[in-house]
Design a protein around this ligand. Structure first.
Ligand code: COA
Length: 251
């Protein structure tokens, strides 16, 4: 368990807050584990009707901790925490609302493909530099992004690694609403309250119908993960990760 993830309840709303501001909410194995446990516990508790993901001012998440990637790239053990989190996300039973302010890189972007409503601020940029890091899309994004953004939008996001401003993300269907920074958390909690007030069984059936079978999603996450693990050990990935690690020293 880690205090880099804060889990709290506000009535029927479970808030999962990424809270590692000094690293722009880069996600460690411990943080994934805490988030997986929170999703499981919230799903199992009838008092919880909706999950909320939040970050800190200016940073939703800078993605997976690149130092953790470097461990795997250099032959170390990666653990199952990321996999467990992706499975929890793919299979979550209750709606998820996210509030994104500022940095949303890698899984900081792809997590939103699993959310039912995402609010973002004007200064938010969504970016997935997987290919530039010598890696491949994860979290089912290779399946979900083409469905949501179309083939070319998905290629711009996942292939080119283009940044999507909040406005562009909204126009592309990646997010639900753009709000002012100071209004973000209130908007998220208001939406979550609306969800929490719905008849939960009807809402669950409606959500399941809209999402369809999870089998293809789970299978795709499996295929992506195999490629991802392989790619982490590639020369391309090692070079990109080393460049990031050396960046600060050089600067
Ligand atoms: N993993 C580990 N550390 C990270 C990180 C990540 N994904 N993202 C940021 N950090 C760390 C930086 O190393 C820095 O640490 P330091 O102060 O100890 O040197 C700190 O967080 C602040 O980051 P910084 O780069 O100074 O902030 P910025 O506002 O100039 O830039 C980013 C923010 C997110 C654009 C930039 O840090 C970045 O590109 N990070 C890598 C993102 C990434 O590739 N994620 C993986 C996607 S699969």
């Amino acid at each position: 368990m880690t205090d880099h993830i804060l889990v709290e309840r506000q009535g029927a709303i479970q808030i999962i807050r990424m809270n590692r501001p000094d690293k722009k909410n880069a996600l460690t194995r411990g943080m994934y584990a805490t988030m997986s446990a929170a999703l499981a516990e919230g799903d199992a508790d009838p008092a919880v009707r909706v999950h909320v993901f939040l970050g800190v001012p200016g940073a939703f998440s800078s993605g997976n901790d690149l130092a953790d990637f470097m461990v795997i790239a250099t032959g170390g053990e990666g653990g199952t925490e990321v996999w467990d989190f992706l499975m929890a996300l793919a299979k979550v039973e209750k709606p998820i609302v996210s509030g994104v302010d500022g940095i949303a890189v890698g899984i900081g972007t792809t997590i939103n493909l699993h959310c039912d409503l995402t609010f973002a601020t004007r200064r938010t940029v969504f970016r997935t530099p997987f290919v530039d890091l010598g890696l491949v899309p994860e979290a089912g994004s290779s399946l979900l992004a083409p469905r949501i953004l179309g083939q070319q939008g998905a290629f711009a996001l996942l292939g080119l690694g283009e940044g999507f401003s909040a406005e562009r993300a909204k126009a592309a269907g990646l997010i639900y609403e753009v709000v002012e920074e100071g209004a973000l958390e209130a908007a998220v909690l208001e939406a979550a309250s609306q969800i929490a007030a719905k008849p939960p069984q009807a809402l669950k059936i409606a959500r399941d119908l809209m999402r369809g079978s999870r089998e293809d999603l789970v299978a795709r996450i499996g295929v992506e993960s195999e490629h991802f693990r392989e790619r982490l050990k590639s020369d391309e990935a090692r070079a990109a990760l080393t460049a990031f690690m050396m960046r600060k020293k050089a600067g």
